[in-house]
Design a protein around this ligand. Structure first.
Ligand code: PLP
Length: 503
């Protein structure tokens, strides 16, 4: 280990580094093996951890680094782990899964060791070129239309950090397109409108706020939240009406965000009629497809039917392998068929970022994203596909869908429960027929048990009040059928307790 008299910033010796990494790997493997025994949701109260952390950092490096590492691992166990909700627990069914896998953990480690910044082609050509190739591999794995591939005239894919980033840059590209299509209208920015459904993820509204199209989430003057039908899919007729009204008011429809797999219920917006409506606008708005979660299922040919029609008419698409495709966080894949507008919106080249290869058409991914710097995330896709193959990814998706189907059958056979929305892939929304309060009580009891973790949403019910429902999202890396069976037994037992105490 490092000698105490060495300056703190000294590069560790190879032996030190190997020892530290080996210990971290050992600790991580033991942690993952222990997940079945830990309460899934953290039980600490706000401020609990803060109260146990020193107010100031250490001034000096430790005299004995070995002892300090021992203390760090003790603190990890005693302070940090109780303050975490264990997203990798096989009984984590909340929100959407946040997958991991051995190859992508290793890729994260390799990326940390290399620690290159691939902000443009010249700063590490391999970061850019591996990303171009692996995004084409993923497009192939998901059966995406050829317009999104890097060999299409204006096509290509890029890794963003999150779906929220992808939606934001798609909106900025849409604004660039609108400016391009209205070259004489210097005020066009003040008249642009965004359309998405009431069921879309909040990141679309947030993107509109960041881009200056809405002052607050409820500022709907240029942010139109389109009604959903009884299956919670965007209503294209309502979209058409809203766009026509806006054009009559002198506004400019610029951006439509459709969702394949909404967050609350997993609904699929109908892309073909949405694109038909977009085509009827005086100047075509940008159509972005947010398939952050469900897009992973495109690797299975049997799930393409409900997602592919219309994709070849979209301008951009995003999918998060870090949700349901065995890839460590963070990794959002974004494809576009209109690179020109994306780069037009985001490119700026000061002298210090010029390099000769730009003249030869080298891709600079800094022009496809908001930040300048970029991590080497393509390593994750490269190792993922090499170690699982597309067939391995399909097996993972199919397991989640199969267990959700089984769970749906069990829920339907128990007349205390109801399925609150059509099951979507591996997402099932359920509730107690007894109503909102008992359903909420059931969720609280399940989560308090520590044996599983679920989240909730509300879903509109016809013209009536929104109803409280429990979302069950299957698809964790370590989840197996037995964990889904365990969840169902827990739900039934806790439902007994709730209904016994309900007057
Ligand atoms: N879009 C949809 C449909 C989502 O379900 C989510 C998150 O669950 C997001 C976007 C936001 O994802 P991210 O955290 O990658 O921004």
């Amino acid at each position: 280990m490092t000698h105490p008299s060495q300056p703190a910033a000294t590069v560790p010796t190879t032996g030190d580094l190997i020892q530290s990494l080996a210990r971290a790997a050992e600790w991580g493997a033991a942690y993952l093996a222990s997940l079945g025994d830990r309460p899934v949701q953290s039980r600490i109260k706000p401020g609990d951890l803060l109260a146990r952390l020193p107010e100031s950092p250490p001034e000096q490096p430790p005299e004995n680094p070995q002892l300090e590492w021992d203390a760090i691992y003790r603190d990890l166990e005693e302070l940090i782990l109780p303050s975490l909700t264990h997203w990798q627990s096989p009984s984590f069914f909340a929100f959407f899964p946040c997958n991991q896998s051995a190859p992508t953990i290793v890729a994260e480690l390799l990326s940390a060791m290399l620690n290159v910044n691939g902000m443009n082609w010249a700063t590490s050509p391999g970061v850019t070129e591996l990303e171009i190739r692996t995004l084409d591999w993923m497009a192939h794995a998901m059966g995406l239309p050829a317009c999104f591939r890097s060999d299409a005239p204006e096509g290509g894919g890029v890794i963003q950090s999150t779906a929220s980033d992808a939606t934001l840059v798609a909106l900025l590209a849409a604004r660039h397109r609108a400016r391009r299509l209205h070259p004489d209208d210097l005020d066009v920015d003040t008249r642009l409108c965004v359309y998405t459904s009431t069921q879309a993820h909040s990141s679309v509204v947030k993107a509109a706020m960041i881009a200056g199209l809405a002052r607050a989430p409820d500022d709907t003057r240029r942010l139109r939240l389109i009604a959903a039908d009884s299956d919670l899919r965007m209503d294209p007729d309502a979209l058409g009406r809203a766009m026509r009204e806006d054009v009559e008011r002198g506004l400019v429809p610029a951006f439509i965000s459709a969702t394949l797999g909404t967050t609350s219920s997993g609904a699929f917006d109908p892309l073909v009629p949405i694109c038909d409506v977009a085509d009827q606008a005086p100047r075509r708005p940008w159509v972005h497809v947010d398939a952050a979660w469900a897009g992973a299922a495109l690797v299975c040919p049997e799930h393409r039917e409900q997602m592919r029609p219309g994709l070849d008419r979209a301008d951009s698409l995003c999918v998060n392998p870090h949700k349901w495709l065995l890839t460590n966080f963070d990794c959002d894949l974004m494809w576009t068929r209109c690179v020109g507008d994306l780069v037009g919106a985001l490119s700026i080249t000061p002298e210090y970022l010029r390099h000769e290869s730009q003249l030869n058409g080298a891709v600079d991914f800094r022009d496809w994203q908001v930040p300048l710097g970029r991590r080497f995330r393509a390593l994750k896709l490269w190792l993922l596909l090499r170690m699982f193959g597309i067939e391995g990814l399909r097996a993972h998706i199919r397991g989640g869908v199969r267990w959700a189907e089984e769970l749906e059958g069990w829920v339907r056979a128990d007349d205390r429960f109801e399925v609150a929305a059509p099951r979507s892939l591996s997402l099932l929304c359920v509730r107690l027929r007894a109503g909102d309060a008992p359903t909420r009580a059931l969720l609280d009891r399940v989560n308090a048990s520590g044996r599983a973790f679920l989240s909730h949403t509300t879903l509109p019910e016809g013209e009536g009040e929104a109803r409280y429902v429990i979302r069950i999202a299957i698809g964790g890396t370590h989840t197996r059928r037995e964990h889904v069976e365990g969840l169902w037994a827990l739900l039934r037992d806790e439902a007994d307790a709730v209904l016994r105490s309900t007057p």
